[in-house]
Design a protein around this ligand. Structure first.
Ligand code: ADP
Ligand code: MG
Length: 301
């Protein structure tokens, strides 16, 4: 279950902690109910949170600045904590507290130091700025559906370092919260890892994790009901089902922009093609229905 950034911060909100806790109730009440029927791995985005941490430290010269990889690690902690405590309350409401165990795992994700993403930053993070403000910022920005946002490098995930640990925890009955913010990006150097300045797309990292752990259903929950063609125009049409062949055609036609719907569709195609299992893109409000095949856009072979 990959939760989009809007599971925590909805459009138009400043992103106060109280708002984030409140927003998390929607997805986590559904996940708590599903946990009676399914073993679940939760992954999540961190775009607004990691961008805010960057901004916060740029406002302060009294202490050394932290590289992006450390900020990603921080967001795994802060969001993991918020998901855990909300999940705990929701399980309690169902009388499942103590029966259903859960854990948040810091996760590294290996990337290639020669990934073209390092030369061509594409991942929007942090707050949305109006055009005139964006033009004066000291770093590159990109125009998104919501406004202008900072962009950073987003290399492709090659493998999840903790995949065996996650599988063991799942097999032992835990709900696992992992690969937060797409994972801490690391490069492998002989037998050790070191972090790099980037933010991995959480949908692509989640697809990789889904594949490596071998899940039956891969759900990406976001702030739209599913995948549309001619999105945002008079011709807009949401798709109930789409074959990966057709999805690839629309992707190449530019129906799904990079940094938002593009990586979700790519993640779904990759998972269905390699694993021949179900992938669904759905609204955060319809997670349960999507799992049961009654909402969202389902990708088929
Ligand atoms: P998340 O935080 O869940 O990853 P994103 O903002 O990255 O959310 O991606 C979801 C957004 O993709 C939607 O809010 C919508 O505005 C945008 N989008 C772009 N193209 C499409 C499309 N063809 N169909 C549906 N949504 C689209
Ligand atoms: Mg996204």
């Amino acid at each position: 279950m990959a939760l989009g950034g809007n599971a925590l911060i909805r459009k138009g909100q400043a992103g106060k902690v109280e708002e984030q806790f409140e927003n998390l109730k929607r997805p986590l009440s559904q996940i708590a109910r599903l946990s009676e029927e399914y073993r679940i791995i939760i992954t999540h985005g961190n775009g607004p949170q990691v961008g805010n941490l960057l901004l916060q430290q740029e406002c302060c010269d009294a202490v050394p600045r932290l590289p992006l990889e450390i900020l990603v690690a921080q967001t795994q902690g802060q969001i993991g904590y918020m998901i855990e405590s909300t999940l705990d309350n929701e399980l309690m409401a169902l009388g499942l507290d103590g029966k259903q165990l859960f854990v948040t795992l810091l996760s590294y994700v290996v990337v290639d130091d020669k990934d073209p993403g390092f030369l061509n930053p594409s991942k929007p993070i942090g707050p949305v700025f109006p055009e005139d403000v964006a033009q004066k910022l000291p770093y590159p920005t990109v125009k998104t559906g919501k406004g202008y946002r900072r962009v950073v490098a987003s290399p492709r995930p090659l493998t999840i370092v903790e995949k065996r640990e996650i599988k063991r925890l799942i097999d032992a009955g835990f709900i696992v919260i992992a690969c937060g913010g797409g994972g801490i990006p690391v490069i492998r150097e002989s037998r050790s890892f070191h972090g790099v300045d980037a933010v991995i797309d959480k949908d692509l990292a989640s697809a990789k994790l889904a594949e490596e752990v071998g899940v039956d259903v891969f759900v990406m929950a976001t702030d739209v009901e599913g995948v549309a063609i001619s999105y945002g125009t008079g011709e807009e049409r949401f798709l109930d089902r789409v074959s990966i062949h057709e999805a690839r055609y629309y992707l190449e036609k530019g129906e799904f922009p990079p940094g938002s719907m593009g990586p979700k569709v790519e993640a779904a195609i990759q998972f269905v093609e390699r694993c021949r299992k179900r992938a669904v893109i759905a609204s955060i409000d319809a997670i349960e229905m999507a799992v049961h095949g009654n909402a969202g856009t389902e990708f088929t072979l």
